[in-house]
Each structure stands twice: as structure tokens, then as C-alpha cells.
Design a protein around this ligand. Structure first.
Ligand SMILES: Nc1ncnc2c1ncn2[C@@H]1O[C@H](COP(=O)(O)OP(=O)(O)O)[C@@H](O)[C@H]1O
Ligand SMILES: [Mg+2]
Length: 377
């Protein structure tokens, strides 16, 4: 999967920008605040419709403008598509080949990305919702129906919480209605668990090997701390344990007007030699764990989708020593398109430079060095 062209209109600091990408390595070099990350962010949005930065959606629109548009030409082995996201202060629209697409799941297929930014250290250290969010985004890219299941699940959680609040307020207790809602809750949750267990299991087929190759340390894996407390997927057990928990927590749920069990309470942790890296690992080890996770995902995407995702790397090499950089880039196979930002060209290995096109980014202006090579020249 490759992005061939990008066109930005009133996106952040870019009034009008048109860019052509190299099928292999693309490097954006420039001082801070020049607009490097904005380019990666726009590609992220073009793929997933949402930003990966902590901000309001209308902050994406260039100051004093009303609407921003991100357009791109995406190519894979079998097709070529024009994708477009238009965001105004009032609404967001998605287009494929100039036709408006109304469902997210229909829009996001055919262009998958893996992004790595310095903020992603939070995947190890941060709060559970960061990990759930990451897992949801990645499974959505791998399995088209997952978003639908997730939306249905969130809807039922809202219905259930509203009803719990109502029951608590009125002292009214139509337990039979709650039982119907519970049944539906468990059914939707089971679907989500099926995908999440399988995702984590698959990641664990790659993660320890990759982490060991980069760091020399053995025995890294991720542990799925699901809210049901199960070790492996078993729909019968999920129903069983879920029902028990709902019974046990009933009073607490009523008091709080909140559903206390289910995928919205899941988490996972990075375990290195039986210890949770969140509390025991150094910053460097945590960073390598996230890198190993991202590389695992690249290979998992290839395994499931048949093609590598586009890799977006936001200034990640500066904090990594040359020895590890060399080990990391061994995983970047020739047919992966990579888009990298950096403030210092010395942070980029010669191996990557060889296959690259370099853009200098200065004050919203881009200058290209190098020729874009299509196909296998
Ligand atoms: N909505 C916006 N309109 C205009 N400029 C913006 C907007 N949002 C961010 N910027 C500008 O983008 C620049 C930061 O770009 P960024 O891509 O993060 O830089 P870097 O090259 O350091 O990665 C800043 O100069 C900031 O003022
Ligand atoms: Mg930046």
C-alpha cells in the first residue's frame, strides 16, 4: 500500500500544498515548528479520518479559514483510489473517488497506516484508554466489521447506563428489561473479545522475537488484562463470568449508574521477564517495547491484509543510539513505504538515505532533493 500524492488545502500551516511521494523512503527535514508533523498528521487523517494529536478537530483548519481538505492518491497492488477528507467547523465529509462515503468502515479500508510518534511512549506508561484506543484503531484497520461491533457495544453501554440511572432515581426496577439489555451487552462484548484476544495472540507471535533482535532482551510479551479476567477466548466462559459479575456488581452499578464490567474496561500491559514494564522498565526499554510493538503490527498487517501499511515515523531516531537504529531498520523491508520527519539528517541511517527522497521543510515551504523512482528501477 502506498500513498502517491497528497494535496492539502488550508490544513494547519499549509494554504495549498501538493506533494508527490517516493514509493520507498521519504524524509522531511526541518527545524521545529516548520510543519513536518503536520504532514504526517494529514496522512494519518487521510487514512483514519481522525487526528492522532490531542486537539479539537477545528484546530486542523488553517487560522482564519472555514474548511480544510486533505486529498490523496492511494495505490495498492490491485487498485488506485482518490481519498478525501473535508473538515469544516460544522461537519466532516469523506470521499472515495469523489463519491461521498457515509460509514467510517467503508472509508478506512484500502489505506492502512502505522504511525509512531514520541507520544506513543504513553502506550506503555499512560492510562488504559490510550491502549484501548490503539487496539481499537489497529483492529479496525485489520477487520472491517470491528467498528460496527464497537459502535453497537458503545450504544448498548449507553442504554444500560441510562437505564441504571433511571432505576436508581425512580426506585423502579423492571429487572426483566435489564436482563434483555444484559443479554445484548454480553453478546456484543463477546464479539469484541474475540477480536481482541486474537489481536493480542497474533502480536505475541512477533513481539518477543522483534524485541530480542533489537535489544538482546528475551521474554517480552503483552498480557491482556481483560475486564472478565479470562486467559483465552471462550464465548461460553465469557457469558458465564460476565453474568456472575453483573449479579455481584448490581448494587454498585445501580449506585454509580455505570456498567463496571466489559471491553470498555479492558487493558493490556507489557511484561518483560514477568514484570510490568510500566513500573519497572527504563524509558529506553519502554521506547524499544513500543517500537517492537509497531514493527510487530507492520508484519501482522502484512499477514492479514496481504500488504504492508504505510509507516509514519515522527522524529523517532534522535533518542535512539546508532546500534539500535541499525537493528530497527533491518525490519523495514524494501516494499514498505516510509515517511520520516527529522530535525537532523545525521539521525537517519545511510541505509535509509540511499533509497530516499528528501524534502526540506521551511516555514510551510517544501523543497525536494532527489528523484522519485516508480517501479523497480
Ligand atoms: N490551524 C493552524 N493554522 C495555521 N498554522 C497552524 C495551525 N495549527 C498549527 N499551525 C502551525 O504549525 C506549526 C507547527 O507545525 P508542526 O508540523 O507541528 O512542526 P514541526 O516541523 O516541528 O513538526 C506551527 O508553526 C503552528 O503555528
Ligand atoms: Mg514535529
Amino acid at each position: 500500500m502506498k500513498i502517491e500524492r497528497l494535496k492539502l488545502t488550508n490544513f494547519r500551516n499549509y494554504a495549498n500544498l501538493e506533494l508527490e511521494f517516493n514509493p520507498k523512503i521519504n524524509i522531511f527535514i526541518g527545524d521545529n515548528g516548520q510543519g513536518k508533523t503536520n504532514i504526517l498528521e494529514s496522512i494519518y487523517i487521510l487514512s483514519l479520518t481522525k487526528t492522532n494529536r490531542q486537539c479539537q478537530e477545528d484546530e486542523l483548519i488553517k487560522f482564519n479559514e472555514e474548511i480544510t481538505m486533505i486529498e490523496g492518491i492511494i495505490k495498492n497492488d490491485t487498485l488506485i483510489k482518490k481519498k478525501k477528507v473535508a473538515i469544516s467547523k460544522k461537519k466532516k465529509q469523506l470521499f472515495i473517488n469523489n463519491k461521498e462515503i457515509h460509514r467510517n468502515r467503508d472509508y478506512i479500508k484500502d489505506f492502512s497506516i502505522i504511525s509512531f510518534t514520541p507520544n506513543d511512549l504513553e502506550i506503555v506508561k499512560g492510562s488504559p484508554n490510550i491502549r484501548r484506543n490503539m487496539m481499537n484503531i489497529d483492529i479496525s484497520q485489520l477487520h472491517n466489521n470491528y467498528i460496527t461491533f464497537l459502535n453497537e457495544y458503545n450504544k448498548i453501554i449507553k442504554i444500560r447506563n441510562d437505564y441504571l440511572k433511571k432505576m436508581n432515581l425512580n426506585g423502579n426496577s423492571d429487572i426483566r428489561y435489564l436482563e434483555v439489555v444484559n443479554k445484548s451487552l454480553i453478546e456484543k462484548a463477546t464479539k469484541i473479545y474475540e477480536y481482541r484476544f486474537s489481536f493480542i495472540e497474533k502480536i505475541n507471535e512477533y513481539l518477543p522475537i522483534i524485541y530480542k533482535k533489537i535489544t538482546g532482551l528475551s521474554n517480552l510479551h503483552i498480557e491482556f488484562n481483560n475486564s472478565i479476567g479470562l486467559e483465552k477466548f471462550d464465548s461460553f466462559e465469557i457469558e458465564n463470568v460476565f453474568q456472575k459479575k453483573l449479579k455481584k456488581n448490581f448494587n454498585a452499578e445501580l449506585m454509580q449508574g455505570m456498567t463496571l464490567t466489559g471491553p470498555h474496561r479492558d487493558d493490556f500491559s507489557f511484561i518483560l521477564n514477568d514484570m510490568d514494564m510500566k513500573s519497572y522498565a527504563s524509558q529506553g526499554q519502554q521506547r524499544m517495547a513500543v517500537i517492537a510493538l509497531k514493527i510487530s503490527e507492520i508484519y501482522l498487517f502484512k499477514e492479514i491484509l496481504g500488504e504492508f501499511p504505510v509507516l509514519l515515523l515522527d522524529d523517532i531516531f534522535s533518542e535512539i543510539d546508532m546500534k539500535k537504529r541499525n537493528k530497527i531498520i533491518k525490519f523495514f523491508k524494501d516494499d514498505i513505504q516510509i515517511i520520516i520527519t527529522t530535525t537532523d539528517i545525521n539521525d537517519i541511517n545511510n541505509e535509509l538515505l540511499k533509497n530516499s527522497v528528501i524534502y526540506t521543510v521551511k516555514n510551510s515551504k517544501l523543497t525536494r532533493k532527489g528523484r522519485i523512482k516508480y517501479g523497480r528501477e
